[in-house]
Design a protein around this ligand. Structure first.
Ligand code: FRU
Length: 548
């Protein structure tokens, strides 16, 4: 009897499993978007799209079986009128919930969601990390980025894409590079091949070429793709990979190519992180690369650029840069970087894997950087954000030239001055700030003078967003000594958004970014603190939203 019962149970189990799995969904694409339900409680399983019988994409998703936590979408513009078959190797109950529409699910609340950054870029849905392929071309700033379109956490690495005319207002475009049979799309850079060195140009249209890492369980290889329509659609190079250096380094860590044209040598340069530092490769055609040299002491996401010291174009230095925003200053001859000083830092906190725009016009040779802000957006169908674009400069200090960074001048248009005051003590300043209610997002610049306090600063609902300790020489825990080390003053330019805070100290000599803590109504909004400090000046600004 017992074993019969067991058999029946086993049969039932197999039958239920079978009926839950191996079901496909077939639809004719008639609308722009396909909306897919996600539940973080489900485990990741593989979903496959087949279009007119041909495999189109494969990705991991936590398909919701009952109430979804949120929805993600696929832009199906390129497949109108075709038959799509979806298969899923997990619990396929959720397949029935997938639907097409000309709107993404949640379109009506897009950009007004509770924890949506209001003046920082974030993607409509899914996860973002490193900025990729940042380039200025024909009036547009292109921001590609590491992206998981199918979940709010890291997976399915693709290149998301957004464009802007001012680095402030962004329009998100369809995914630029998606995983393929070689692997997933890791970080990299783009160039415009004006001289047609790679042979992809068409007529007078130079190719935008992306050089990036493809990651698979075995190794990381360097690949290329090109676009002839300003980054909207991409063709992967048929002979990828360009570089496979796993054996040379006996390491899987070979990634994040940063490519630029080196005019004096008439050749391309690639800086590539390999195992324990940044390598230099050179090429005449972007396809064949020759190894030249290696600087140890760096990890991931290289950048290498030349900057004038104090704006003097006859006096330049090269900056070799790593993912953590630490750098060396040195000389570069097109093949070898020779460090002269470092490592230094100019910014800390949530920033990681920052890049700078390539192809800036001669009329505007600014070196503009955007960093990934490791800022979580709790409870949202999207996660993380980009930090404000900043201009990098080399300024002479008593220790030699050092990087400074300040938000680009274009950001000024976001802020309107609503209050200005000076020569107040903390209590008086706090009294004046009391009536300000637009604490959701704002900007505050201030200069504080200390006389009896060893530390002073500003808090926001109890969170210390500026904490200057002149005894330990720390700003929010990180060593900082002002250029005039006897100075008792600190100037801070503080940018507060819904979930993040960026602070630029003393004209960008040091900066940091951090997560904003949830608003605590038990505590006062903006508060200056510190024993008998002089609030020499404060300017308070409201901030516009970049999303219309
Ligand atoms: C840095 C990084 C890169 C890599 C990418 C993958 O954050 O680890 O080295 O290319 O992220 O998403």
């Amino acid at each position: 009897m017992k074993s019969v019962g067991k058999l029946v149970l086993l049969f039932l189990f197999v039958w239920i499993r079978g009926s839950l799995q191996a079901q496909n969904l077939s639809i004719t694409i008639t609308k722009r978007y396909l909306n897919l339900p996600v539940s973080q409680a489900q485990s990741r399983k593989t979903m496959q799209f087949t279009i007119q019988g041909k495999p189109e994409r494969s990705f991991k998703i936590r398909l919701a079986t009952d109430k979804p936590d949120y929805w993600v979408f696929c832009d199906m513009t390129a497949h109108q009128g075709k038959t799509l078959t979806i298969s899923y190797d997990g619990n396929s109950e959720g397949l029935a919930k997938i639907y097409q529409d000309d709107k993404i699910a949640g379109q009506d609340s897009l950009y007004t969601e509770k924890n949506r950054p209001q003046y920082h870029f974030s993607s409509r849905r899914g996860w973002i990390n490193d900025p990729n392929g940042m380039i200025f071309y024909e009036g547009e700033y292109h921001l590609f980025y590491q992206h998981n379109p199918y979940e709010r956490d890291w997976e399915n690495m693709s290149w998301g894409h957004a464009v802007s005319r001012d680095m402030i207002h962004w329009e998100e475009l369809p995914t630029a590079l998606s995983p393929d049979s070689l692997g997933t799309m890791f970080s990299g850079s783009t160039v415009i091949d004006y001289a047609n060195t790679a042979g992809f140009n068409r007529g007078n249209t130079p190719a935008m070429i992306a050089i990036f890492t493809v990651d698979n369980p075995d190794k990381q290889i360097q690949c290329m793709a090109y676009s002839l329509d300003k980054g909207r659609t991409w063709t992967k190079y048929a002979k990828n990979p360009l570089i496979d250096s796993k054996a040379k380094w006996n390491s899987k860590d070979t990634r994040d190519p940063r490519v630029f044209w080196y005019k004096p040598g008439n050749h391309w340069v690639m800086v590539l992180n390999e195992r324990d530092g940044h390598s230099i490769y050179t090429s005449k055609n972007l396809k064949e690369w020759t190894y030249q040299s290696h600087v140890t002491g760096f990890w991931e996401c290289p950048d290498l650029f030349e900057l004038p010291v104090d704006g003097d174009k006859r006096k330049t230095k090269w900056v070799m840069y790593g993912a953590s925003a630490t750098y060396m200053i040195g000389a570069f001859d097109g093949k070898t970087f020779t460090p002269e000083s470092g490592k230094h830092y100019y910014t800390t906190g949530s920033i990681y894997a920052a890049q700078t725009f390539a192809n800036m016009p001669d009329s505007d040779p600014r070196r503009i950087q955007i960093g990934w802000g490791r800022i979580s957006q709790p409870g949202m169908p999207f996660n993380n954000q980009m930090l404000l674009p900043t201009e990098l400069k080399l300024r002479t200090t008593k220790n030699g030239p050092r990087l400074v960074s300040v938000p680009v001048k274009e950001t000024e248009s976001l802020f309107s001055l609503v209050q200005q005051a000076g020569d107040l003590n903390a209590e008086e300043a706090n009294e004046r700030l009391k009536s300000f209610k637009e604490l959701d997002r704002f900007r505050l610049t201030t200069t504080l003078k200390l006389s009896h306090a060893t530390s002073a600063g500003v808090s926001l609902f109890g969170q210390r967003i500026l904490d200057y300790d002149l005894n330990a020489n720390r700003v929010n825990g990180v060593f900082y000594s002002p250029e005039d080390m006897t100075s008792m003053e600190v100037t801070a330019d503080i940018y507060v958004d819904r979930t993040s805070i960026e602070v630029f100290i003393d004209g960008g000599a040091y900066s940091y970014s951090l997560e904003r803590k949830p608003v605590s109504t038990a505590k006062e909004g903006i508060q200056f603190w510190g024993n008998r400090i002089d609030v020499k000046r404060f300017n308070l600004y409201t901030a516009k939203s970049i999303w219309k």
